[in-house]
Design a protein around this ligand. Sequence first.
Ligand code: GAP
Length: 450
Amino acid sequence: MADGKNNKEVTLAKLTSLSKRRGFVFQSSEIYGGLNGAWDYGPLGIALKNNIQKFWWKEMTQLHDNIVGLDAAILMHPRTWEASGHVEGFNDPMVDCKECNARFRADHIDLSAPCPNCGNKDSFTEPRDFNLMLSTNLGPVRNENSKVYLRPETAQGIFVNFKNVENTSRLKLPFGIAQVGKAFRNEVTTKSFIFRTCEFEQMEMQYFVKPGTDEEWFPYWKEKRMAYYDKLGINNKKLRFHEHGPDELAHYAKGAFDIEYEFPMGWQELEGIHSRTDFDLSRHAEFSGKKKDCTYRDPETNEVFIPYVIETSVGLTRTVLMCLSDAYEEEEIAEGDVRTVLHFHPAIAPLTVAVLPLVKKDGLAELAKEIELELREDFATFYDQSGAIGKRYRRQDEIGTPFCLTVDYDTKEDQTVTLRFRDSMEQVRVPISELSNRIRSEIKNYKREF
Ligand code: GAP
């Protein structure tokens, strides 16, 4: 695929430029010069992000009879974050350059080298802890008592609702609670496009298990989550596990594996699978004084205990970057003829079907529009009648539309259209009456070739 020698490799600059040009991702408040660490999702970006979210949600809830959903508030009682350990321990070590005042994460730069901003050597302060939580104030008075945090992870909304969900869903251990939502961190190093931002979205699932069985469920979820990326059509050569050593473990974790992806800037964390023990529920029991809300009674043995938790946690916005990066190809289809194509899995592509009349005249435009309106009920469609047909195909390739339908003069005679496949560029004739079923089965059986 990518070939560095003739400059076809995937770079962040290319992804950022395509995202802006075609309406995937824009800089936040761009007309004011942008805001560090914040990005806006355009018409194609929101479609892609929503489709990825739906894909994850189906995988994590619909396909399990013991995992249910939740949507907790972003703002939570401030004691939550004392209990979770985030007030005390959610810090990154930071250094400042004494010459230019630039600030860096101490673990992201070589402290013995010159400052990456001004080039001075030996100019760094000693590393200091910097809390990553963003805060605001609730109510009319701005003081320490009205301070609330924007959640730095969605997980705590799940922990504090453990009993509500158990009671209302009548679930028995093991069971899971899944949630997708915004999270906020005051990240200092926000470069790399949408990889690390201050406002982002997470897709998290907490799996509550009987203490002792966590040793079985941890490897189970590790494998299950890796298998999910194959379903999503991601190149498995670009995915690997990274086990956290004792010095890398988060304050709540007994064990942790990252799933890493080879992004254009190198191997980086995509998802974390954490064995969180009973840390969170025990702390909420202690800090809230509501022990009953954090324990479970085994209906068979009547034994009461605090469940252990296996967590799977992945960034939704980071997954968007992975999908863009994994899908991107500059493919030489003939000598000197290169097309840019995004090989998204059809289930997540922003548009599924583009309907194109070969020419506007002789009733072909009307016929094509009719077909498009019919398909709209089932698929994300797009109608385009302007420009040469080859150019229109290329425009769809560049945004990852898996299927194009061309309506031509034969359509009027025999009620068939040309179905063109994005990846292979092959074309077949399909009767209009069979289009929906054919597209549905193509999506279901899609397998990308690497
Ligand atoms: N509840 C556990 C938790 O939040 P984490 O490893 O800090 O664990 C989980 O974050 C995932 O959230 C990461 O693997 C990443 O995909 C995403 N994530 C974390 N910080 C992010 C940021 N600043 N920008 C974008 N995504 C982020």
